[in-house]
Write a protein that binds this ligand. Structure first.
Ligand code: NAI
Ligand code: MG
Length: 500
């Protein structure tokens, strides 16, 4: 039988139908969000309620990874700036914030959440331009979740007697925090909101590639009338982060980032009295049984690993699929990723935006090359990538075994490694056979199996028939080399107080 050329459909407007490219993906017209994030050309440090120049006078560039253009200059904070920030935080703790009744602190937190909602679009655009994530995620996830964290913790601030029933809670004092570049604004909220609700004052260092939204949040703190010194932002790279972690003032430090840096911090603070919480890497297993709702599972797998370009510590980067359905699931996955839109993060239709930095792109590229060399079978859709900027195609590897590096190392990119299993015990054994233990996913029709798996999986979060769901009320955190301590919920607050 002769094969027919694909039929050209007519559109209601009478324009020629869009061209069908690469077999499956219909091109949409560009739908870019207006780029008006009200950026300053230069961002100073935020210390004692004011924007101040770094003592060294040095600045570094922050770029838009979608097109490599410079967005702004960011102050390079040094040890003297970190010290000034800690002195301001200590003063604020002693004179205002630490003495204020919780119900008064709550008012500031509510105000911050509302002011952020007022400027939601501006923040979403700034987050997308500075970090590369798709606008639909920044708009529908990062910014609303950030506001939700401030609202939730505002609700706790006047109910702290119920955080540890029967015990009295008190703030720790000043805390030092360092955060990564994958959720720059949301990580500010995860770190700041519980600390502030409890009555602590903070020095926080954003990641060097994504400082802008933290400094915009500082503008909101000014507008909310937050007392000077309650929150201080010192920008810079690793050396600045080390100065924040190692200063004598903080009673507690909190870090989110790589396991490698987490270990450095743990070593440098060994023997001190400081409390510590570390939220580090992950290599989560998303486990699909043969009785799972397969189409939903495929959506969950895609959301689990391609959300935010896979720049997610709890990403479902390993798929463990039950042998009877493996071929079916893999075929559907391939079909699904062919229609993911990779490209301009500001376009409202984009599913996969830009990789955060050239270094991260190089790391992903190198690990994928290793996967190919080690004999795993690679599949990538033939999507076009923009000529400038840092992009990586959604990638799946099948035929992966536990000895492959792509099955063990955190890639932190849009790369899925697929393994198969035959029995429940084998699934548990493979899922737990990792140095990490942050999260996992289970897809099955059987409630009893969900309960068994969630008990036996060594992971801080186990999602059932869903993936990457977050809520300020649920605690999040890891086991093993994924770190310790919890963020969110009542458990998260406990990590920011002392009990009497
Ligand atoms: P990183 O751990 O170096 O960066 C995270 C934060 O720590 C940044 O603010 C950085 O400036 C700061 N930092 C760096 N060195 C420090 C030090 N010695 N003391 C204190 N703070 C320090 O992570 P990087 O290099 O950006 O990414 C490398 C890999 O780490 C990624 O490929 C990914 O696998 C993993 N990662 C995991 C994250 C998570 O959420 N668990 C977040 C970011 C990266
Ligand atoms: Mg940037």
């Amino acid at each position: 039988m002769p094969t027919l050329a694909p039929e050209k459909k007519s559109t209601r407007s009478g324009r020629p139908a869009p061209e069908l490219i690469f077999g499956d993906l219909w091109e949409f017209d560009p739908a870019p969000e207006t780029a008006n994030p009200k950026l300053k050309s230069r961002y100073d440090l935020f210390i004692n309620g004011e924007f101040v120049a770094p003592k060294s006078g040095k600045y570094f560039d922050t770029i838009n990874p979608a097109n490599e253009s410079k967005l702004a200059e960011i102050a390079l904070g040094g040890a003297a700036d970190v010290d000034a920030a800690y002195q301001a935080a200590q003063r604020a703790f002693n004179t205002t914030w630490g003495r204020m009744p919780g119900r008064e602190r709550a008012k500031y937190l509510y105000r911050i959440a509302r002011l952020l909602q007022d400027r939601a679009r501006e923040f979403a655009v700034a987050e997308t331009m500075d970090g590369g994530k798709p606008i639909k995620e920044a708009r529908d996830f990062d910014v609303p979740m950030t506001a939700a964290h401030f609202f939730y913790h505002a609700g706790w601030a006047d109910k702290l007697d119920y955080v540890a029933p029967g015990r009295r809670v008190a703030p720790l004092g000043v805390v030092g925090q360092v955060i990564p570049w994958n959720f720059p604004l949301l990580m500010c909220a995860w770190k700041l909101a519980p600390a502030l609700a409890m009555g602590n004052c903070v020095v926080l260092k954003p990641a060097e590639t994504t400082s802008i939204t933290a400094l915009k949040l500082a503008e909101i703190f000014q507008d909310a009338g937050l007392p000077p010194g309650v929150v201080n932002f010192v920008t810079g790279a690793g050396a600045t982060g080390a100065a924040v972690m190692n200063h004598p003032i903080p009673a507690k430090i909190a870090f989110t980032g790589s396991t490698e840096v987490g270990k450095i911090i743990l070593r440098s603070l060994a023997g001190t009295e400081k409390k510590m919480t570390l939220e580090l890497g992950g290599k989560a297993a998303n486990i699909v049984f043969d009785d799972a709702p397969i189409d939903q599972a495929v959506e969950g797998i895609v959301n689990g690993i391609f959300f935010n370009q896979g720049h997610v510590c709890c990403a479902g980067s390993r798929l463990l699929v039950h042998e009877p359905v493996a071929d079916q699931v893999i075929a559907k996955l391939k079909q699904r990723i062919k229609v993911l839109r990779v490209g301009d993060p500001l376009d409202k239709n984009t599913d996969i935006g830009a990789i955060n930095s050239q270094e991260q792109l190089a790391k992903i590229t190198a690990l994928v090359a290793i996967g190919v060399k080690e004999g795993a079978e690679l599949f990538q859709p033939a999507c076009r990538l923009p000529a400038r900027g840092y992009y990586f195609r959604p990638t799946i590897f099948s035929g992966v075994s536990m000895s492959h590096r792509i099955a063990r190392e955190e890639i932190f990119g849009p790369v899925l490694s697929i393994l198969t299993f035959r029995t429940v015990d084998e699934a548990v054994e493979k899922a737990n056979n990792t140095a990490y233990g942050l999260s996992a996913g289970v897809w099955t029709d059987k409630g009893s199996r969900i309960l068994k798996m969630s008990t036996e999986l060594k992971a801080g979060v186990v999602w059932a028939n869903t993936y990457n769901k977050f809520d300020p009320t649920s605690p999040f955190g890891g086991y093993k080399e994924s770190g310790f301590g919890r963020e969110g919920g009542r458990q998260g607050l406990l990590d920011y107080c002392q009990l009497a």
